[in-house]
Design a protein around this ligand. Structure first.
Ligand SMILES: NC(=O)c1ccc[n+]([C@@H]2O[C@H](COP(=O)([O-])OP(=O)(O)OC[C@H]3O[C@@H](n4cnc5c(N)ncnc54)[C@H](OP(=O)(O)O)[C@@H]3O)[C@@H](O)[C@H]2O)c1
Length: 264
């Protein structure tokens, strides 16, 4: 889909990937509704962007998602593209995981995207036009130890995207699922960064990932896995999950030390 003059709702717009994406979409002539929990940073992101509106909201509740969808319709009128990018993550041994954090991860990463889509889809169906872009993760295809809640949320998001893509097959509404590998943003806290160094985890820059997202929108891709060899491991995990259990065992022994540490 062409980006110029399109009305786009972008969640997670105050985050590391979101900020960069907001600027690049604006440069390409999009009109933006920028959504995030963090109003102060959102306002900074919006500064200097043409045709952008700020919508501060909490995507962890049904009411919050409804309020964001209503505000987006007021700000933009018709919504051409919904980009579900907001997300959060936790890196802990599951027996230590905070129940509220675990629930919030599912609420935002999975239900937030589903609720916003549910709110905006009827208008898209009426116009028989639109794009729904769900930003998942390689963790949505290869579940990682100590990221159980996050992996579960992204597996769910991938399933939701696949089901909806098939449901909308005979329409002009396309559903895209994008799965980056690790990206250098604040989502990866100090413990995760130290674990990543110790296990030689590959990391991309937000600029690189945003370039891939824009390319995927331009070409209406259905599923995009960002990064090699991670995209190959996704296929191997699908066919030989027990082999991947064994391959990851040594890495997980190292990761456990960081997962057990206190703090962020
Ligand atoms: N960074 C990576 O390694 C990586 C890899 C693969 C996929 N991804 C995915 O890419 C997306 C963006 O990640 P990022 O790296 O840009 O992370 P980020 O910098 O932490 O940005 C995420 C944004 O989502 C917002 N958010 C969280 N909970 C929210 C809620 N309840 N309501 C509204 N907004 C909320 C955050 O606000 P607060 O900061 O105020 O909570 C933050 O601004 C996520 O879906 C993530 O899973 C990231």
């Amino acid at each position: 889909m062409k980006i110029r003059n399109k009305n786009i709702v972008l969640t997670g717009a105050a985050g590391g990937i979101g900020r960069e994406l907001a600027h690049r979409l604006s440069d390409r002539g999009a009109r933006l509704a920028l959504v995030d929990a963090n109003e102060k940073v959102l306002n900074e992101v919006a500064k200097g962007l043409k045709h952008s509106k700020v919508i501060a909201g909490d995507l962890s509740t049904a009411e919050g998602c409804q309020a964001v969808a209503d505000a987006a319709k007021v700000a933009l009128g018709e919504v051409d593209i919904l980009i579900n990018l907001a997300g959060l993550m936790s890196f802990r041994c599951f027996e230590d995981e905070d129940i509220d954090t675990m629930e919030r991860i599912i609420q935002v990463n999975l239900l937030g995207a589903m609720r916003l889509t549910r709110n905006l889809l009827p208008d898209m169906l009426e116009r028989d036009a639109g794009r729904i872009i769900n930003v998942g993760s390689v963790f949505g295809s290869i579940a990682f130890a100590y990221f159980a809640a996050y992996s579960a949320s992204k597996f769910g998001l991938r399933g939701f995207s696949e089901a909806l893509r098939r449901e909308l097959y005979d329409t002009n509404i396309k559903v895209m699922y994008l799965a980056p590998r690790a990206v250098k943003t604040a989502l990866n806290t100090g413990r995760i960064m130290r674990m990543g160094e110790a296990t030689k985890m590959n990391m991309d820059t937000p600029e690189h990932v945003v370039g891939k997202i824009l390319k995927a929108i331009d070409s209406d891709s259905k599923e995009v896995y960002i990064g090699f060899p991670e995209s190959l491991f996704v296929q191997i995990n699908l066919r030989f999950p027990r082999l991947v259990d064994k391959v990851l065992a040594a890495q997980n022994r190292i990761a456990k030390k960081f997962a057990k540490e206190d703090g962020n």
